[in-house]
Write a protein that binds this ligand. Structure first.
Ligand SMILES: CC(C)(COP(=O)(O)OP(=O)(O)OC[C@H]1O[C@@H](n2cnc3c(N)ncnc32)[C@H](O)[C@@H]1OP(=O)(O)O)[C@@H](O)C(=O)NCCC(=O)NCCSC(=O)C[C@H](O)C(=O)O
Ligand SMILES: [Mg+2]
Length: 299
């Protein structure tokens, strides 16, 4: 089983060259180089150049590189998409998705300009329509030609559009997160939680990471370098989880259990569905360890 950890996914404004440079040494699993909401209209063209230069120039090691473009119907959208595709990032993040058509249109443009199929598409779930259409949007993930591989929650825009209150328990946000999570899982997509704006509040941030992980998120989008470490920690399988997962795998490998659907392990019922979960836990832990080793060699 191969999995790509996406625990920590850090945004940075495309206009901020210092941040683009600094990100090369931050232990984030993925970086989103933003051309959209963090970039003022008068800085859009320059940000596009910075971001393309950064991706083309490389130096980001094992980090997944994602460019967030402006929506295709905006004045910058098509130029962003063409420029982003030309430097072949791992993915292009489409903002303000409302319906499957928004993703299909982007995929068609990418095909028309012969962007290699390794350039995937990620979708921002941040409009009320995206939540209502979560199933249909996620279903595109079943067709590799649409390139869709990940959903990203845009909780700031959802709060704005819904006029809900941004409280620490996220009472208004949870139903949207849950709808998007089941849609992602139904069609084999990864899904990332929204950002925590109060970046100096580590306690609140940690609580929100735990909350996202409990709901089933694969990782969290971030806005500041200080958030990367705690986020990696919370979205990594714990030592206890990995140890239990290895025991489950070993138990089912015993000759007496190979044909069994259910066994007892340390007083607990364990079924083959737990074996599937255990294999995933170990695969993620192994992938994290492999990334750590690569990083050591890199520096
Ligand atoms: C939030 C910030 C504006 C804070 O910036 P600043 O006050 O400059 O922070 P610091 O002085 O603490 O910075 C310390 C050093 O770290 C670098 N830095 C800061 N942020 C980043 C980053 N995101 N990536 C890489 N490096 C970063 C600074 O350059 C300092 O470096 P040095 O000078 O060498 O010490 C700022 O953090 C920021 O701009 N964050 C990202 C904002 C962003 O991208 N927003 C858009 C995405 S969020 C969103 O849109 C969500 C979604 O769409 C929704 O609807 O919810
Ligand atoms: Mg947004």
């Amino acid at each position: 089983m191969t999995v790509r950890p996406r625990r920590s996914v850090l945004y940075m404004p495309g206009a901020n060259t210092r941040a683009l440079e600094k990100a090369k040494v931050l232990p984030a699993d993925a970086l989103i180089l933003d051309l959209e909401d963090s970039v003022a209209p008068e800085a859009k063209a320059e940000a596009r150049e910075n971001v393309c230069e950064a991706v083309h120039g490389g130096g980001y090691g094992r980090r997944e590189l994602v460019i967030r473009v402006n929506a295709i119907e905006t004045a910058w959208g098509m130029d962003d998409l063409r420029a982003a595709a030309s430097v072949e990032p791992d993915a292009i993040l489409v903002p303000k998705v409302s319906s499957p058509g928004d993703i299909v249109t982007v995929a068609k443009v990418l095909d028309a300009i012969n962007a290699p199929s390794k350039v995937r598409v990620w979708a921002m779930m941040e409009t009320p329509s995206s939540i209502l259409n979560a199933r249909e949007i996620a279903a595109l993930g079943a067709d590799p030609e649409t390139r869709l591989s990940c959903l990203v929650m845009g909780t700031n825009d959802l709060l704005k559009e819904s006029r809900a209150r941004a409280l620490h328990d996220r009472v208004a946000v949870v139903p949207w997160l849950a709808m998007a999570i089941v849609a992602a899982r139904a069609y084999g997509l990864d899904i990332l939680d929204g950002v925590y704006n109060d970046f100096r509040d580590e306690i609140g941030f940690r609580a929100e990471c735990e909350h996202g992980r409990t709901l089933g998120m694969d990782g969290k989008t971030l806005i500041h370098p200080s958030q990367v470490g705690p986020c990696n920690e919370i979205f990594s399988p714990t030592v206890e989880e990995v140890s239990w997962a290895r025991k489950v795998i070993a138990a089912f490998e015993e000759p007496a259990n190979r044909q069994k659907g259910v066994i007892t392990l340390e007083g607990r019922m364990v079924e083959r569905l737990h074996l599937v979960m255990a294999r995933r836990t170990v695969a993620i832990a192994d992938a994290i360890e492999a990334m750590r080793r690569t990083e050591e060699e890199w520096f």
